[in-house]
Design a protein around this ligand. Sequence first.
Ligand code: NAD
Ligand code: ZN
Ligand code: ZN
Length: 378
Amino acid sequence: MRAVVYHGANNVTVENVEDPRIEDPNDVILKITSTAICGSDLHMYEGRTKAQPGMVFGHENMGIVTEVGPGVARVRKGDRVSIPFNVACGFCKNCFAGNTGFCLTVNPNFAGGAYGYAAMGPYRGGQAEYLRVPFADFNCLALPPGDELEDDFAMLADIFPTGYHGTALADVRPGESVAVMGGGPVGLMAAYSAMLIGAAKVFVVDRVPGRLRLAESIGAIPIDFSKGDPVMQILDQTNGDGTDKGVDAVGYQAHGTGGEEQPALVLNSLVEIVRATGRIGVVGLYLPSDPGAPDEHSRHGELLFKAGKFFEKGQRMGTGQANVKAYNQQLRDLIIAGRAKPGFVVSKRLSLEEAPDAYARFDRREDGYSKVVLKPAA
Ligand SMILES: NC(=O)c1ccc[n+]([C@@H]2O[C@H](COP(=O)([O-])OP(=O)(O)OC[C@H]3O[C@@H](n4cnc5c(N)ncnc54)[C@H](O)[C@@H]3O)[C@@H](O)[C@H]2O)c1
Ligand SMILES: [Zn+2]
Ligand SMILES: [Zn+2]
């Protein structure tokens, strides 16, 4: 089959790899209909993770089941399913508690597995024609048959639940104000989720014009950080009080106004923006090691975080990979009911063969490349 293969910094190609096969009785094989490129892939693409050459990327997968292992009870051949980016077993302590992003069974390196992601276990990604899904009864989310709402459902594998998770970590309540740092697909989904929950005022901070326009189109207040300190801009628009809650949808590759990387910038901005006793949800990625970091400390994931201010303000922070399964059924049902349309972020639908060009353009945050969905089956 054809697949997107990583070869080193800024180098992915589409090539022939071995077809996946049933390796365990609980596996299914999926024919991929939609697989999205994520900001998380860009950290690997830029050589800023431990990703090894030869890896197949792709953790935002959906498709049609083509083969079913003998131990699978519920999923059937022909089912249309969305696959959470987390690989999870369903029976460990963390899975039982709903924390499927921290499964203790699937990854020898640390708690939590994913498809096609550096250090997150031996699972090949789905930017390919076919994908093997382990523990299929637990991991497959059933979708209505056919091909309706494909863009919306394609957002269920990662960014819609992840954006929602950001608001859940920050405990966003109706009527509150929320600052979302980052207007990439994840930030837009966090802002959209905050709206669904009933937040009164949602700010989205970024500098890419098309992304700020999208934020405005869903009713958020765009803040362009290239036009001045976003902390001051948001304090000005909240009577100097700051917001009730904040979401980090940027992570360690945060840029300062001058374009230089400052790994702790967004965390520290949120400590300033969010009011005393407010909460901060961090879904933007931070890593324990970063080979391309700007200084020695951040190469080991040690950042200059304003712990003193954070303590003084009595803030709370939640972090980590999103537990997609904690939200994907409910968010799917909101889509089916016509109450949520997360597919508004999708800006391009391309063939698998177009992936290398799409990676380069998305990496430059070119307008029109906010969320690219690849269509291997088309
Ligand atoms: N926790 C999870 O489960 C999870 C899941 C998916 C993605 N992520 C992470 O979420 C982050 C965002 O992903 P994305 O797909 O939206 O990608 P993205 O990289 O396109 O979005 C990041 C955005 O942040 C903006 N930005 C950069 N510096 C900024 C600053 N100082 N202030 C405000 N905005 C700034 C960029 O212009 C960009 O638009 C990534 O770190 C990704 O790895 C986490
Ligand atoms: Zn993703
Ligand atoms: Zn588990």
